[in-house]
Write a new protein. Sequence first.
Length: 61
Amino acid sequence: MVWYDREGDFLEVLFERTPGYFRQTSSEAVMEKVDNEGNVIGFHVQHATRLTQPLDLELAG
């Protein structure tokens, strides 16, 4: 599932619709969503349209 909120400039991508929580990544703009075992099930990007450089990060999991 991909969801974008234009007003909040917030992009969310979910690989699975299962319970989980968000945690920090090496980028201040990106948080990853993980399940209870720590597997990445999605991520979100804050201020997506303001990014001027490609994101260079690896999601854990």
